[in-house]
Design a protein around this ligand. Structure first.
Ligand code: MEV
Length: 334
């Protein structure tokens, strides 16, 4: 008689994990120093990682495939050696899972989150990979452990990462991060956020380092920045909660001015903000690390969002995405 063994969890050969993009509404950079920041998930920008274990009992290189090939095709020379952040992530995961030497793995990435645009592509990649590894090795990671593993990759990619990208790329609604704790802010009115890609890379690592150096030279500037950013985020949260969209828009534009004062915007992102405002956006700002990347613009209605997106595409030649923000009760006290 032949005995059929159900494949045990530990014998799985492939598993898939998912995550999505994000935008920072207010508080980028300040959040690195513990000040509050508000982020939104962008589920329409999706990231899927499928991890295939070549031979569970044989240590081997970690290869990354980002060319859209299907993971069920045999491993292919198009895969590249995994970048440092992915190697560190797999190393940290292996230690957590009690694996002495990681087996050879192929990581197939299928992501519509544009890289280096401040839309959370590195965190989404790390999150999707951690979920895939968790499934592959049946580790049963807690949310906290997933977060910490993503942060291993984020620190390698960005130097110092607040964790907001790691969290927002897995969130299902607006997310407030303050002093390392998360809240779900209330939203008092439906609205739309138009995201416009300036077409130039967002240099988060460089921008975070630039501010760190500037603040070391002039600690007073750091206090001033954190105070103002905190004030703007608090005011934006109140406006969001009460559905006062005009006021929320003004706070976004104030944020842009604050970040511009630190040298984080470019002529291009400034121009996109101007165009969005001229098209009737209630407010607009750079979003994420800056020095390029994306601009976001607030619109009260789907029609207004379409007008703003249309004008940005026509006059500035940029691609846009529109993120709906729905009314909802949150858990936040501020
Ligand atoms: C990047 O999306 C947001 C920054 O504040 C960096 C971070 O919080 O890790 C610039």
């Amino acid at each position: 008689m032949t005995t059929h063994h159900a494949p045990e969890a530990e014998e799985r050969r492939a598993a898939t994990g998912r995550a999505h993009g994000k935008i920072i509404v207010t508080g980028e950079h300040a959040v690195v120093y513990g000040a509050p920041a508000l982020a939104l998930p962008v589920p329409a920008l999706s990231c899927r990682a499928t991890v295939i274990c070549r031979d569970r009992h044989r240590p081997g290189p970690i290869r990354l495939h980002r060319d859209g090939r299907r993971p069920d095709e045999p491993a292919h020379p198009s895969g590249t050696d995994a970048p440092d952040e992915l190697l560190r992530l797999v190393g940290a995961f292996a230690r957590r899972a009690g694996i002495a030497e990681p087996p050879g793995l192929d990581v197939f990435l299928d992501s519509t989150v544009p890289p280096a645009r401040g839309l959370g592509s590195s965190a989404a990649t790390a999150r999707a990979t951690v979920h895939a590894l968790d499934g592959l090795f049946a580790t049963g990671l807690s949310d906290r452990e997933v977060f910490e593993l993503i942060q291993v990759a984020e620190h390698a990619a960005h130097g110092r990462a607040s964790g907001i990208d790691a969290l927002a790329t897995g969130a299902t609604g607006p997310l407030l991060l303050v002093d390392g704790r998360t809240h779900s802010p209330a939203v008092g009115a439906d609205c739309r956020i138009v995201v416009a890609d300036s077409g130039t890379g967002c240099a988060t690592r460089k921008a975070v380092g630039m501010l760190r150096d500037a603040f070391t030279r002039a600690p007073g500037r750091r206090t001033e920045f954190l105070d103002r950013s905190t004030e703007l985020t608090r005011s934006a949260l109140g406006a969001l909660r009460e559905g006062r969209l005009t006021e929320l828009g003004l706070r976004l534009t104030d944020c842009h001015a604050l970040l511009a004062g630190l040298g984080l915007t470019t002529d291009r992102t400034d121009a996109l903000v101007e165009t969005a405002l001229a098209a009737g956006a209630l407010g607009a700002k750079m979003s994420g690390g800056g020095l390029g990347g994306c601009v976001i613009a607030l619109a009260a209605t789907p029609e207004a969002a379409e007008t703003v997106a249309g004008r940005l595409a026509r006059e500035e030649g940029v691609r846009t995405w529109t993120v709906p923000v729905a009314r909802g009760a949150g858990d936040e006290r501020s």
